[in-house]
Design a protein around this ligand. Structure first.
Ligand SMILES: Nc1ncnc2c1ncn2[C@@H]1O[C@H](COP(=O)(O)OP(=O)(O)OP(=O)(O)O)[C@@H](O)[C@H]1O
Length: 574
């Protein structure tokens, strides 16, 4: 609250006529906003972009498991020099070029079942309206002034850099060039009269915000703390229009174009409906982003929000990079993997599972097809698919139902093993919750996989198919083993919905679980084993779904597919 200005103060500074755009109505409260970065449309989407979006989608779907309403916003960042140049090189006008690439991003997100509730294009008029509005507020409050920027500019990253953020390198032609230390891209000296934002003023407030530990995992929070140890220079927030025409003009001075990162970051406000006076202005937000854009989100963005009298982000969830041959997968290096090709090879849920299960937020991961195939075969085809098949196969479950659990049937020799299994199953939702909170969905999936294997081992050790041939007590124990395994499967499928919604849906349909029983809110598992009523006992299974995830075979030449590999090591510095 110490950061939030009143709605009245916020609306007092409105100069543009919002009434012309939004009809009058009562302000509505805003559900928590989860966002991906918006993606720069200078080239087609690759697997790295998909990873950011999948992480956000998993957070959004996970909140829904607990009945929490969130919104998920993504989109495309369409202004700036790189897009202007990419369009020129193809002889297209920038808007036509942006539209076609933006559609490609959207098609990829749709192919992966990303449940976004808004897709913002920065070329939309609602976005220009939001950007103008923020700019005018900042200008009116004296946070924007005209000055002269002297310093390094990296067009590739659209970033202003200090001397210390650059280094000299020798390019492949033997020339000495200056590059950004962070990205390796070449920088150029720039001296230009433009508009400056008083970033320096906001250092104390940013330090206070940082005390709320908004940046996760902790290693990235430490990086931001280090940045804020030094004084912050003011930030150039415009380019002369004569140099950059493809962008939003400064509202009070059309001879300048608004800096592309100022423009892009405001997309999060656009997604919240800002500056619609009939909506609550800006609620809690969680931004998911790659580590390459941490400074923009952890320094500039909260400063812009604070300057506009709005609350800084509640959480920044930062992830590391996918690499190809040890080098960051990136559009400009062209060492990219095509997500659509991957969906064709591994299925939508296969790709989702691999990326979320293998990608780690705190360190880079290398992509290769052998690892994908091995992981999916082991965890989805063999372990998860195997368990589903075991407890639903007609030979083992001829009645095709959840059987009754009988505590008197438990053999004394199995007592400890059963207690262990039940305890670990009942602890699983809390364990998963803790990993998701820490932005370690990979660990959450690892925990689920471990329990799937434990359940498989339990099933195998009890061999219910043999017990069915024995006495009444043995048959009752066989039914109890089946009940526990089906309930475990129901738990896994429920918890897997945020990561692999399609596969989870297949499992829950096969188990005959109604939509009302698919959340974690007021949904209990293994009730009968805990001596409580369980509505699933005696309930029929759903229709047979066949193999859950057929094993993947190695394809000839798969090493080449989708990796459009120029010699990126050579091009890295030019
Ligand atoms: N290799 C990657 N691994 C993980 N995430 C990535 C990767 N590349 C891009 N992203 C995600 O997409 C966001 C936008 O990336 P961007 O559009 O700059 O892609 P890029 O391929 O690095 O482009 P360029 O080569 O032009 O710098 C990143 O901040 C990050 O969230």
């Amino acid at each position: 609250m110490w950061l939030q200005r009143s709605v009245r103060q916020y609306s007092r500074t409105i100069r543009l006529s919002s009434e012309a755009i939004w009809p009058p109505g009562a302000p509505q409260s805003q559900p928590h906003l989860i966002t991906t970065p918006i993606f720069y449309v200078n080239a087609a989407p690759h697997l790295g972009h998909v990873y950011s979006v999948l992480q956000a989608d998993a957070q959004h779907r996970y909140a829904a498991l607990y009945g929490e309403k969130t919104r998920l916003s993504t989109g495309t960042d369409e202004h700036g020099m790189k897009v202007q140049q990419a369009a020129e090189s193809l002889g297209k006008d920038p808007y036509t070029f942006c539209t076609s690439v933006s559609h490609q991003f959207r098609a990829v997100f749709d192919a992966l079942d990303i449940s976004y509730t808004d897709f913002v294009r920065t070329s939309e008029s609602r976005h220009a309206h939001a950007v103008n509005h923020v700019w005018l507020q900042l200008e009116e409050k004296g946070y924007i002034y005209k000055g002269t920027y002297h310093g390094w500019y990296c067009t590739s990253d659209e970033a202003f850099l200090s001397d210390g953020q650059t280094a000299m390198k020798t390019d492949d032609k033997g020339n000495q060039i200056r590059v950004s230390l962070e990205s390796g891209h070449q920088v150029h000296w720039m001296s230009e009269e433009n508009y400056m934002f008083r970033l320096s003023t906001f250092r104390p407030l940013l330090l206070r915000w940082l005390q709320t530990e908004p940046v996760r995992p902790a290693n990235f929070q430490r990086i931001v703390s280090q940045w804020l140890e030094d004084e912050l220079p003011d930030l150039s927030v415009s380019r002369q229009r004569s140099r950059l025409t493809w962008g939003i003009p400064v509202p009070s001075d059309p001879s300048h174009t608004i800096y592309v990162w100022f423009d892009a970051l405001v997309n999060y406000l656009t997604a919240s409906g800002y500056p619609n006076p009939h909506l609550a202005p800006w609620g809690p937000s969680t931004h998911i982003l790659g580590k390459d854009i941490l400074r923009f989100h952890a320094v500039y963005w909260p400063a812009f929000l604070l300057a506009a009298g709005l609350t800084p982000p509640r959480t920044l969830l930062v992830h590391s990079h996918w690499t190809c041959g040890g080098v960051k997968m990136s559009k400009s290096l062209q060492n990219v993997v095509d997500p659509i090709e991957c969906v064709k090879s591994y299925t939508k849920d296969g790709l989702r599972y691999f990326l979320l299960r293998s990608g780690a937020p705190d360190h880079d991961c290398d992509f290769n097809h052998y690892t994908v195939r091995t992981l999916l075969n082991s965890e989805l085809a063999d372990a998860l698919g195997g368990l589903l098949n075991r407890c639903t196969a007609h030979t083992i479950n001829p009645m095709q139902r959840f059987p009754y659990y009988n505590p008197d049937s438990i053999p004394s020799s199995v007592h400890d093993q059963l207690q262990d299994l039940l305890r670990s199953l009942l602890e699983l939702p809390a364990e998963v919750h803790q990993w998701v909170e820490k932005f370690q969905v990979n660990k959450a999936l690892e925990a689920i996989d471990a329990k799937v294997r434990q359940t498989n081992a339990f099933f195998q050790s009890q061999a219910p198919w043999k017990l069915y041939k024995g006495n009444n007590k043995e048959v009752a124990w066989a039914e109890s083993v089946l009940y526990i395994s089906l309930e475990a499967m129901r738990l896994y499928a429920t918890l897997l919905q945020p990561a692999v919604p399609g596969l989870a849906n297949v499992i829950l349909n096969r188990l005959g679980v109604s939509l009302a029983h698919r959340t974690l809110k007021e949904n209990h598992f293994l009730n009968a084993a805990l001596g409580r009523h369980c509505c699933f006992q005696g309930q029929s299974l759903g229709p047979d779904c066949g193999l859950l995830f057929p094993r993947l075979e190695k394809k000839d030449g798969e090493e080449q597919f989708a990796v459009r590999k120029k010699d990126y090591r050579e091009t890295q510095l030019v």
